[in-house]
Ligand binder design. Sequence first.
Ligand SMILES: [Zn+2]
Ligand SMILES: [Zn+2]
Length: 253
Amino acid sequence: MDIERLKTEYRLRYDHHTHTIYSRVGPYLHGKGRIIDNARAAAKRGLDSLAITDHGPSDFYGLALKRIPDMRRDIAKAKLTFPKLKVYLGVEADIVDTPNGLDVSPADFDKFDFVNAGYHYVPRCHMIHNWLSFHMPWPDFLCRRLRKQNTARIVKALKSNDINILTHPGDKAFIDEYAVAKACEETGTLVEINARHKHPNADDLRIYKQYDVRFVISSDAHRPKHVGRYAESLALAIEAGIDTDRIVNIEKR
Ligand SMILES: [Zn+2]
Ligand SMILES: [Zn+2]
């Protein structure tokens, strides 16, 4: 598929999944740019809006909830600098074993404009198993069991919370795409097509498209230069036979 031609035919309206230096462990920066740097990149690429969605607090390099006032202050500055760009504060919560299935409690939801959620290799038992099963030979019966447990955790998280985007489903954890697609359909959760990760791939998307779900393209940028990346993800969606009208943040130029 001609990626350059896609860029001239379609534009990305918004990128609601990007990371900044607020995803960090002490001095190690997992996200490389500041909020203002992501905003500059988004404005340059002509996006209508941008969301800063650093990792959930249980992640190795998750955001510290006490830094939220600093993030809000940085966002206010970015809005002043780029008045045409809307900038939101979100979070990419981790799907973990808590009463609501996320590492962001219902009481903390209001601290964000919206909450995205996905699987990561957080320091919890099930994710250590997921890491092992993804990176080395792992018995089939254990993979099947893990897949069932991962799927149940996602479905529970989707049904227990108002989640905006399910980020990179199928990456970092085996899942039953049919059951996850059904849960996204029932809860109105956007299925992400992620520019950074291998899943969902075209085969996964062919399953999701059979359900009444809508899709969103995200760069998942960890560096400002990647903010607003979308053309490869759009090509993947088209390869999977998804009607571009179902991708909420794409429009014809
Ligand atoms: Zn992620
Ligand atoms: Zn991310």
